[in-house]
Design a protein around this ligand. Structure first.
Ligand code: SF4
Length: 306
């Protein structure tokens, strides 16, 4: 084993031992670095993380992802200690739509009910009828008791939803920078290199990527698709860290990340910062209680859909 791999393996062992000593559950998003996924007790997409945070018996949750995920877990599990190892790991998409933006859209479209992507601030969730993830966005919009919906902050996901529902969808023009700037020419090149492969792309990517795809799916949907498919090779158009999870789940199939999609915020947590968090049980995530109460209904609708 190379010295760097040996160091990483030692650190992973000490992190998992420390987690057991603390009675903590380490949860990691599917876009986290490989070594964080390997150290985690649970790896999942945003919806899976929310559900697992709420139902886990552990009182301490260390959430390895970006800040809105830890905040959402904290609202769903208010009596648990939720720790986010690197508070600076935020999400530019979540910051792209403000409460003032939402109030302006509500004033412009008074008959529309708001559905926000979970990748949003708590203030936005508190102003919304329902939250959703990419896994249940279509069902969430269909469940709204109005024919018109405000959707934000991600424009591409909003367009995707509007094409698949009978609702009038008023879409806020935000975007996930890594997915919105996906390199579609790289996708074309890889398709030419692996012509037998199925092409799975995330709905945060531009519609021109969808036109090249076998299916447009969130990461949970990609896993289910691969599990059912008889294909053996897959081109994966979402954040590159997800391929590590696919390789572990399906060792007999081949996966290639395409579109050069990499999120710097998802790479901010390291084994060292995870270890320090477990040692100190910090930084703890808190959401102001009134705001948490206002956002809870929209978050619970999301958890109950799909
Ligand atoms: Fe935010 Fe996009 Fe990074 Fe996810 S991949 S954390 S949506 S910037």
């Amino acid at each position: 084993m190379a010295p760097e791999q040996e160091r990483s393996a030692d650190l992973t062992s000490s992190v998992t031992a420390l987690a057991r000593k603390r009675g903590a559950l380490i949860m990691a998003h599917s876009y986290q670095p490989a070594e964080i996924q390997d150290a985690a007790d649970f790896v999942g997409d945003s919806l899976e993380l929310c559900r697992a945070a709420a139902s886990a018996p552990e009182e301490i949750i260390v959430l390895c992802g970006v800040r809105f995920m830890a905040e959402t877990a904290s609202v769903l599990a208010p009596r648990k200690l939720v720790i986010h190892p690197v508070p600076e790991a935020g999400c530019p998409l979540a910051d792209s739509m403000t409460a003032a933006d939402m109030r302006a859209m509500k004033a412009a479209f008074p008959a529309a009910l708001p559905v926000v992507y979970v990748n949003s601030s708590m203030e936005l969730k508190a102003l919304s009828y329902a939250c959703c993830t990419s896994a249940n966005a279509v069902q969430a919009v269909e469940s709204v008791p109005s024919g018109e919906v405000i959707f934000g902050p991600d424009r591409n996901l909003g367009v995707f939803v509007s094409r698949r529902t009978g609702k009038v969808v008023r879409v806020f023009p935000g975007g996930c920078p890594p997915h919105a700037r996906a390199d579609v020419s790289d996708l074309r090149t890889r398709i030419a290199e692996w012509p037998d492969a199925e092409v799975l792309v995330h709905p945060e990517t531009p519609p021109e990527a969808w036109d090249l795809a076998t299916a447009v799916l969130g990461t949970g949907g990609m896993i289910r698709h691969v599990g059912r498919s008889s294909a053996t090779r897959f081109l994966i158009g979402t954040e590159g860290g997800f391929v590590h999870r696919l390789n572990k789940l399906f060792p007999d199939k081949q996966f290639l990340a395409v579109g050069r999609i990499s999120c710097p915020n998802m790479k901010k947590i390291t084994l060292e910062s995870l270890s320090a968090s477990l040692e100190d049980l910090e930084p703890v995530v808190t959401v102001e209680p009134t705001l948490a109460r206002q956002a809870l209904a929209a978050i619970e609708r999301m958890v109950g859909i799909g």
